[in-house]
Write a protein that binds this ligand. Structure first.
Ligand code: F6P
Length: 549
């Protein structure tokens, strides 16, 4: 039993039933599953909002799905889901509610945290963001010298960077084309340098985005940006107010940094960093795409939230996707999950999902504090599909690993692509072909029939049986992006609930931060660090030598 009275996952009869089912399933091939069941593609296709999902190319039968749903029930997934939507403090190690869903509820809704309805303040901040975004977009918010703002630089890291950066790329066609949006995250000075070296400080606005406003990378970059600005504008400290705004939960630290808290956009501790880009953390995105489009995106999120909250397990899409991951991790020894968008605009989507998934479910301690003895979150990876095809797809097709993959594509290219729209069918033909090749492969007989020399036959055979989900929508617009992100958020939730881990803390990032802080003086001043291991000590010495210190 865990702290909440739950039986340990691998001791549940439902888990054992799945183990047995896996043995019986053996190496059953997708070719066989499709041949035996002409309705398979139709039955294993669902629609949620604008997203059309085909999960027929998975190593599953009706029985697999039934057993997985039984496991979810035994694991109390829907109970935990309801507790999340209800504002209960399901982030147990930080004693916090988990309410990113409240960021996209309509104004008329009520969501309580510690007895307070938080919806009015969510909408008040959205309005404040909208007013500010309009002023910048329309040129009414000018810089210190009265010049119009031409470039917005978001300074943040992790959830305070990846979300807005990903969504800005995804929704570029909806963004102002006569403004530039840049994202600085890395404490490597080269990141900030490359972002600002060709800019006029008088036309540049910095948005410093940090939930805690203590993150060393962000504060270091923000201070350097302020120095760059002041140097460029003749050193008048009053310039800061027109060129720096903040997004944070920590007004005190924002004021301490020197940003007027009137120019601060608030969010709350019940929004996790990696779940925050639809909060004020999305301010840069809102300036880019405008209040209306941002609202459409929130409506897309909300649509999938409502589906997740209300749909029964049999037709609940995040539940389904989460359980498929449990099946592969727990019973197929899959270590990773590839997300392969066939859209240039989703070029940062997988990087965004890496934090969402890996920071949430990269845990090995259950909610009761004991080590888990089952697989938890997978390594999430991938890049836009066609580029991947000419790089790592070889391993997907013929390697020794089971790597479930998501293929994501859209039916309609943008109007503004003009004649380039014609390339879209080729792009999508690649998506469909990959799903086909991964699932069905190419048999030895098929290879021989092509007259391939016998010695080459084993090399040119494709085993197939590699699982994919295909996600298709008419077009990539703000609502569809919101729907997609919410789908993955809730999928991650379902998996964390089954695995009995706290998906909403991130203690695993702390140790490295502490050690870096302790090591820095050794690198800079040659200070002695007590208790340093021989390898790190030698590396520091070598570094100082190479650095010329
Ligand atoms: O180091 C991990 C982390 O805490 C993430 O969870 C978070 O998104 C990121 O750092 C940035 O934190 P902040 O928004 O407080 O600067």
């Amino acid at each position: 039993m865990n702290a909440e009275g739950r039986t340990r996952l691998d001791q549940m009869p439902e888990w054992h039933a799945l183990s047995k089912h896996r043995e019986e399933f053996g190496e059953t091939h997708l070719r066989r599953l499709f041949a035996d069941d002409p309705d398979r593609a139709e039955r294993y296709t669902v629609q949620v909002g604008d997203l059309h999902l085909d999960y027929s190319k998975h190593l599953i039968t009706d029985e697999t799905l039934r057993l997985l749903r039984q496991l979810a029930e035994a694991a109390g997934v829907t109970r935990l889901r309801d507790a999340m939507f209800d504002g209960q403090k399901i982030n147990i190690t930080e004693d916090r509610a988990v309410l990113h869903t409240a960021l996209r509820t309509p104004e008329s809704a009520t969501v309580r945290v510690d007895g307070e309805n938080v919806v009015p303040k969510v909408h008040a901040v959205l309005l404040k963001m909208g007013t500010f975004a309009s002023k910048v977009r329309e040129g009414h918010w000018t810089g210190h010298t009265g010049k119009r703002i031409k470039t917005v630089v978001n300074i943040g890291i992790g959830g305070s960077d990846l979300g807005p950066a990903m969504a800005y790329e995804a929704l570029r066609p909806y963004a102002l084309r006569d403004m530039d949006f840049r994202f600085v995250s890395n404490v490597d000075g080269a990141d900030l340098y490359e972002a600002v070296h060709d800019l006029d400080p008088a036309e540049t606005l910095f948005i410093v985005a940090s939930k805690t406003f203590t993150t060393i990378e962000t504060i270091t970059n923000a201070k350097a940006a302020r120095a760059w600005l002041l140097e460029g504008l003749g050193g008048d400290a009053e310039a800061v107010a027109k060129h720096f705004v903040a997004v944070s939960t920590n007004a005190e630290k924002v004021a301490e940094f020197g940003i007027d808290t009137d120019n601060m956009f608030e969010f709350w501790d019940w929004v996790g960093g990696r779940y925050s880009y639809d909060s004020a953390i999305g301010l840069s995105l809102m300036v880019a795409i405008g209040y209306e489009h941002f609202g459409e995106m929130l409506a897309g999120f909300h649509l999938v939230d409502e589906h997740f909250r209300t749909a029964p397990p049999e037709s609940n899409v995040p539940m389904l996707l989460g359980l498929l991951g449990v099946w592969y991790g727990g019973f197929h020894d899959a270590q990773s999950h590839a997300v392969l968008p066939y859209s240039h605009y989703l070029s940062r989507f997988t990087a965004y999902l890496q934090q969402l998934d890996m920071e949430s479910n990269g845990k090995s301690t259950d909610r009761g504090g004991r080590p888990v003895s089952w697989q938890t979150g997978p390594v999430v990876w991938g890049t836009p599909g066609t580029n991947g095809q000419h790089a790592y797809y070889q391993l997907l097709h013929q390697g020794t690993k089971t790597i479930p993959a998501d293929l994501i594509g859209f039916a309609r290219p943008l109007d503004e692509l003009g004649p380039l729209r014609d390339q879209h069918d080729l792009l999508m033909a690649n998506l469909f072909a990959q799903g086909q090749a991964l699932a069905f492969g190419k048999t030895e007989d098929e290879v021989r029939a092509e007259g391939v020399p016998e010695a080459q036959v084993p090399h040119r055979t494709f085993p197939g049986n590699r699982p994919t989900t295909t996600i298709l929508a008419k077009e990539l617009n703000p609502s569809v992006l919101g729907q997609l992100v919410a789908l993955y958020e809730h999928k991650v939730f379902v998996q964390g609930a089954v695995w009995d881990i706290d998906s909403f803390d991130q203690w695993g990032v702390e140790l490295g931060k502490v050690l870096a802080k302790r090591l820095e003086p050794a690198l800079t001043e040659g200070a002695e660090v007590e208790g340093l291991d021989a390898s790190t000590e030698a590396l520091v010495t070598k570094y100082r030598d190479l650095r010329g210190r």
